[in-house]
Design a protein around this ligand. Sequence first.
Ligand code: ADP
Ligand code: MG
Ligand code: MG
Length: 881
Amino acid sequence: MTKFVYAFAEGNRDLKDLLGGKGANLAEMTRLGLPVPPGFTITTEACRAYLADGEVPAGLDEEVGDHLRRLEERMGRRLGDPADPLLVSVRSGAKFSMPGMMETVLNVGLTDASVAGLAAQSGSDRFAWDSYRRLIQMFGKTVCDVPGDAFEAAIDDAKKAKGVRDDVDLDSRDLEQLVDAYKKIFREHTGRDFPQQPREQMELAVRAVFASWNAERAVLYRRQERIPADLGTAVNIVAMVFGNLGPDSGTGVAFTRDPATGERGVYGDYLQNAQGEDVVAGIRNTVTLQELEKLDAASFAELMRIMTVLEGHYKDLCDIEFTIERGRLWMLQTRVGKRTAAAAFIIAHQLVDEGVIDLDEALLRVDGVQLSHLMFPAFAMTDAKPLAKGVAAAPGAAVGKAVFDARRAAEWADKGEKVILVRRETNPDDLPGMIAATGILTSRGGKTSHAAVVARGMGRTCVCGAEDIEVGVDRFTVDGTVVHEGDLLSIDGTTGKVYLGEIPVEPSPVVQYFEGKPVAGALVTAVDRLLRHADQVRRLGVRTNADTADDAARARRFGAAGIGLCRTEHMFLGTRRALVEELILATGQDGQAVALEKLLPLQRKDFVEILTAMDGLPVTIRLIDPPLHEFLPSLEELSVKAATGEASARERELLAAVRRTHEQNPMLGLRGVRLGLVIPGLFEMQVRAIAQAAADVRAAGGDPRPEIMVPLVGAVQEFEVVRAQALAVIADVAPDVTIPIGTMIEVPRAALTAGDIAASAEFFSFGTNDLTQMGWGFSRDDVEAAFFPRYLDLGIFGVSPFETLDAQGIGRLVRIAVEEGRAARPDLKIGVCGEHGGDPASVHFFHDTGLDYVSCSPFRVPVARLEAGRAALEGGSSDSR
Ligand code: ADP
Ligand code: MG
Ligand code: MG
């Protein structure tokens, strides 16, 4: 029979799939001998079974019963015993941390009967009633969908009636009355009384935690974070320890290093006389760990000892939840903590310096997504006076219009506005607005608040806890200044400063470092060291997509080893458009030849510049790809002119040409190699320009390495015609320059006949954008906005196949082409051009598939270098989320 329940002593940190992150790490801490309240974990497997069948798997309740009995024996108390109740928490905990997305219920086991026992045992009526009202509230919300506002309103009323501000100012009688009010609310919304059977409370809570896996906000969060939808959550049942037992008790969170900057030293928040989430909910102001040292030196010392143990054990920054119950410290959670992108690089580098990890490990601790965040621009030095200052929770420079409601923020963003979501504090319901916003500003909460944690995870700029601002429904005020919805704000997530209006932004230091400018600092040092290590270990080459000498030069500074895709269509734009028109309008080969003759010297000059910028490195030049009518004026424009009689003779001629060449489906029309076969001399002109440019550069003492790439080939016969023509031109123009001729693999048929094609092509380059379009049978421009959101909703794909290569489907075409191409020509050089070449997950796929290089836009080059290094270290492992 399947084992569904593990005592903490039975698990360990490697069992995250089964026990979730929280459960696995509670087990690990238990094994380390740290003070963890005893408990057990119900596996994710049980959750998956529950979600599939709508009921818990057979045997689960008995197994839970066994473990509960053991827990009761160990604690010397029975769950909900009227005389001396054992209370437990029922906590969600999935494989990947999903902060605040799922549910936890504390104080399970309290009933009308046991509340008296708890009061007697603890000697505090107030504590007992406080715990009971918390249970009814959390249980009501989580298990029975009672709106949280109803409870919030009741406690606010109680505070108002008494004329106090904080919940700690409510006494035992107030809380007893509040429990009554809560029970009424519970009954009103659920049609039943608050359950008085401890076991029933626990079983309902377990089921609710299972179900919370599919709560709307959890689904949304997983999509955003690319967490698979089918993992399920584990449930942890943990004996309660109490931070709300009075001033000598409390609850806190801590990091072993600063998760925002990576700086060494402990960082955390502590709240006296509080339970659970109080510390991060911003209900009262927290104190720092330094304060805690003054309040309770012994517990503080114990906490420091444990943090050292944890860092030594996990060899990384850890974050921690703890509770102090009457001077005794308890550990309630730990995990390797989330951190900002900058902190990730800095900490990895520090840990190498400290001798804790090696460079390989350090490289695996950072990723390309983080590096790309660091390449965002930042605010220029400004003498503008900040409007307010808060906690620098997630870095970046965000400028946008203030919006005070998550739904409106999403609506505004949909309309193309940049928005800053401004809230007192955020909660999971604000997620759509947080995703839509360019920046998030809150007036409450610290680095561990919901806003901060979620923003860091998403790479959104966030300033939180800007306490001077008073957030209202449609405005906020600060020192007499009123900021209305729609006013422009600039928020700096690196300094925590908030400005009215728009502050100019400047490039990131990391980008300046890539550009070769003299910049110093811990971050640049760390990036430099890890990237250099990536270069050392990676097998994949990294080239760039560049159509101009400027881009080529920049990409070279960013570490590109050549150009993988030089598009030539941009060379037909601007004033050259007229020449393309001439080519299209020309009747007969002679007319076309004249037009081509005029284009030749212009192209030659383009290529000289690019080959010079990439001197000594390969430059793959793609012959013209788009349909020629894309270079003509639009049908509408010409028709209007013709209709109003304003069209010149040439325009009337163009209109006829536009009509003649109009295609229903240009993506599948006369383009790529087909142009070369249909328009005599077009490709030959381009090849001639390339060969001449190479000869010119060579003559000037350079080392040009052009490669000619034919687009959209579907059959080797197409390629052979173009190749024969090209070889003839090269032999004529530049006989002593070696110019390999290869093809793109972007039509599925090419992938499926790659063996034949490789017999005559000297290299392959995957055009994964077209391969994806044609493989799926949809055109990117038409589908992305139209129905991709729905497809993502339905889980048809977890991420757009244009962002990350669809390894299973389109990737199969890639694998076939690599295998059959190499079988036909063992030294076949294979690369990929197109955006996937700079996408972290796709880079891993290309590494695993045995490609020689990836090619991507200049700004993605460092990201690809880093990920290629990581892919080499991971050695084909696919768990690279
Ligand atoms: P989340 O995953 O949202 O952090 P948790 O399961 O960690 O939720 O629990 C919510 C809060 O309750 C945390 O602050 C946690 O430390 C606290 N908590 C959980 N279990 C217990 C317990 N047995 N005793 C005291 N506090 C607890
Ligand atoms: Mg927690
Ligand atoms: Mg293409």
